[in-house]
Write a protein that binds this ligand. Structure first.
Ligand code: COA
Length: 150
């Protein structure tokens, strides 16, 4: 398992992960090029034991000082359940923590990912029905250094 910042040559594979994980509800391919240019330290790739891209995460600063948002966290289905998601998110938090008083994300309340977020110290601070459109309810969860577990 390797964690690293993506190269330009990884972006097509990352977009492939995005499509495999999220179906039609995806960021467009050009978003990943823009993320690569804008948020180099917030864009991380995890590889499986064979060196193949397994997942990625993106975090970006908001216009409010000290605030960062996790925009995406995704692992290919066959790579889940063995700690890679936790490792990726822990790494992202560690990289962002020096510049972030608070790190935010949104999650579907029924998504098992919410349990991972709680384990890492995120707490629900808000929520909105139809956040991403009809029926797309999301919690807003927040991580602060002083909330963080372990
Ligand atoms: C969310 C995701 C990144 C987690 O990655 P993962 O490698 O499977 O997770 P890990 O093996 O590191 O598990 C960490 C914790 O997540 C939670 N979790 C992950 N999958 C779960 C599941 N299917 N059911 C219940 N809890 C689950 C558990 O709390 C787990 O901790 P535990 O092993 O101590 O019980 C991955 O499942 C994924 O890509 N899901 C689809 C995309 C997605 O929903 N992204 C988040 C959008 S907000």
């Amino acid at each position: 398992m390797t964690l690293r910042q993506p190269q330009l040559t990884d972006l097509a594979a990352i977009f492939g992960i995005e499509q495999s994980v999220f179906g039609s509800h995806v960021y467009p391919d050009f978003f990943f090029r823009q993320a690569f240019d804008l948020w180099r330290d917030g864009f991380w790739l995890i590889e499986d034991e064979t060196g193949a891209p397994a997942g990625y995460a993106i975090a970006a600063p908001s216009e409010r000082p000290g605030e960062v948002w996790v925009l995406s966290l995704a692992l290919l289905p066959h790579c889940r359940g063995c700690g890679m998601g936790r490792r990726l998110l822990e790494h992202l938090l560690a990289r962002q923590a020096p510049r972030a008083e608070r790190i935010l994300l949104t999650v579907d309340p029924s998504n098992p990912a919410a349990a991972l977020y709680r384990q890492l110290g995120f707490v629900v601070v808000g929520g909105e029905d139809d956040y991403f459109g009809p029926g797309e309810t999301r919690w807003v969860m927040e991580w602060r250094g002083d909330n963080a577990a372990g």
